[in-house]
Design a protein around this ligand. Structure first.
Ligand code: 13P
Length: 263
C-alpha cells in the first residue's frame, strides 16, 4: 500500500502574524517527518508568505483558504490563485463558510477550481450538506450537485490530483461529528460520481478527506476506513498538541495498515 494520508489544518480567520509564527514553531518541534503522511497548513493570506519562509518544506506544505478566480485586474481586496502560485501547493475551495456566510455559488466554486488548476494549485474542494438537507434525506443529491458542477471544466489528467473534503455543515465547529460510516458512505457517493465522469481509475485516485469537529481520539476511526484518505481539521489545528496528536495518530494508522498488508 502506498497510501499517504493528507492532514490539513485550516486556521480560518485566527492568529496574528506573531501568533501564527509561534504556532508554526511549536508544530515544527512536535511533528516529525513521516513518509506516510503529508501535513498541510492553511493559514490566513496575510501569514502565508512569512510562514513559507519559516517552515521546513519537507515537513509542511501550504494551502490557501480561498482565492479569487480571475488572475489579475481591478478587483479590490482580492488575491488570485496566480499570486499564490509557487507559494501554496493546495487551495481550499468552496468551504461551507464561504458558501454560507459569503454566498459563494456553485458557479463561483466551478470557476475557482478551474483557476486553481490553471495556476498549478491542487484544489481541496469542500462539499457537505446542511442539517436540514440531511434530515430531508437530500445528502447524496446535494453532494452529487456540488461535486459535478465544480468539476465542469476539469480534464481527466487534472482530476487524479484532486482532493475532495467532505465536511457536513452540521459538524463544522459544533462538536457533532459524523460517524466514520456516514463519512464513508458519502465518500462512496463522491467516488461513484467521479467514476461516472472520469472512470474508475480516476475515482480511486481522487483523495477524499473528512472534516468537521475532528479531534485526536477520532483519527483512527476515520482513517481506518478505506474510503477516507485524510482529515481537514479546523479548531484542533490551532492547538499544537492536538494537531501533533492528530498527525501522530494518522501515522499509527498508516503503520498498522501497512503491517496488516505485509502479513
Ligand atoms: P472544525 O474542526 O473546527 O469543526 O472545522 C472544520 C473545518 O471547517 C475545517 O475546514
Amino acid at each position: 500500500m502506498n497510501k499517504k494520508f493528507l492532514i490539513v489544518g485550516n486556521w480560518k480567520m485566527n492568529l496574528t502574524t506573531t501568533q501564527a509564527s509561534l504556532l508554526v514553531h511549536r508544530l515544527s518541534e512536535n511533528i516529525k517527518i513521516h513518509k506516510n503522511i503529508e501535513v498541510v497548513l492553511a493559514p490566513t493570506m496575510l501569514t502565508l508568505q512569512p510562514i513559507s519562509l519559516q517552515i521546513d518544506h519537507r515537513k509542511f506544505k501550504l494551502a490557501s483558504q480561498d482565492a479569487y478566480f480571475i488572475d489579475e485586474g481591478a478587483y479590490t481586496g482580492q488575491v488570485s490563485f496566480t499570486m499564490l502560485k509557487n507559494l501554496v501547493k493546495y487551495g481550499i475551495i468552496g468551504h461551507s463558510e464561504r458558501r454560507h456566510i459569503f454566498g459563494e455559488s456553485l458557479e463561483t466554486v466551478t470557476k475557482k477550481v478551474a483557476a486553481a488548476y490553471r495556476n498549478n494549485i491542487i484544489p481541496i474542494l469542500c462539499v457537505g450538506e446542511t442539517n436540514t438537507e440531511r434530515l430531508a434525506g437530500e445528502t447524496n443529491q446535494v453532494i452529487h450537485d456540488q461535486v459535478e458542477t465544480a468539476l465542469a471544466n476539469i480534464t481527466s489528467e487534472d482530476i487524479t490530483s484532486l482532493v475532495i473534503a467532505y465536511e457536513p455543515v452540521w459538524a463544522i465547529g459544533t462538536g457533532s461529528v459524523a460517524t466514520p460510516d456516514q463519512a464513508s458512505s458519502v465518500a462512496k457517493v463522491i467516488r461513484n460520481d467521479i467514476s461516472e465522469l472520469y472512470g474508475s481509475e480516476a475515482a480511486g485516485r481522487v483523495r477524499i478527506l473528512y472534516g468537521g469537529s475532528v479531534k485526536p481520539d477520532l483519527v483512527s476511526g476515520f482513517l481506518r476506513d478505506p474510503q477516507i484518505d485524510g482529515l481537514l481539521v479546523g479548531g484542533a489545528s490551532l492547538n499544537y498538541r492536538q494537531f501533533a496528536d492528530i498527525v501522530t495518530g494518522a501515522n499509527r494508522v498508516a503503520h498498522n495498515l501497512k503491517l496488516k498488508e505485509d502479513e
